[in-house]
Design a protein. Structure first.
Length: 129
């Protein structure tokens, strides 16, 4: 499985649609489509469950296909949000809040993706790898 981090710091490699496409795994697609359809009350078909990851030009599922963070980083030619002088901007704060509150991808109200970028930024500033 490939490793890819999104502009916001999210681990695309841990995302089911990314894994499903990378592994060409129809069972992952079926389970994810069923779960998301039930949780959000919308119809998602297994055929829609594909993502090439945030940094790619390819397919993106759901919010990732219209993500303002992705658009912003691409327009500014940034490797990720931690390279931005406005890090952490208001838009990114909203995304991190949703990650924590809706998807449970945080600890103590701090998104795991933010911890990733904070650490990377700190390591760059201090010369650590």
């Amino acid at each position: 499985m490939g490793k890819m981090m999104g502009y916001c710091g999210v681990d695309c490699g841990a995302c089911i649609p990314f894994r499903a496409k990378e592994e060409d795994n129809d069972e992952l697609r079926r389970c994810y489509a069923r779960e998301q359809s039930e949780v959000f009350g919308i119809t998602i078909t297994p055929e829609q469950v594909n993502c090439d990851g945030c940094l790619s030009e390819g397919e993106h599922l759901g919010y990732c296909s219209v993500c303002e963070i992705r658009r912003c980083c691409r327009e500014r030619n940034l490797e990720d949000c931690s390279f931005c002088e406005e890090y952490v901007c208001e838009e990114l704060k909203k995304v991190y809040e949703v990650m924590c509150e809706v998807f449970g991808k945080g600890t103590g109200g701090v998104a795991h993706a933010q911890v990733t970028l904070d650490t990377m930024k700190q390591n760059r500033l201090t010369g650590k790898r």
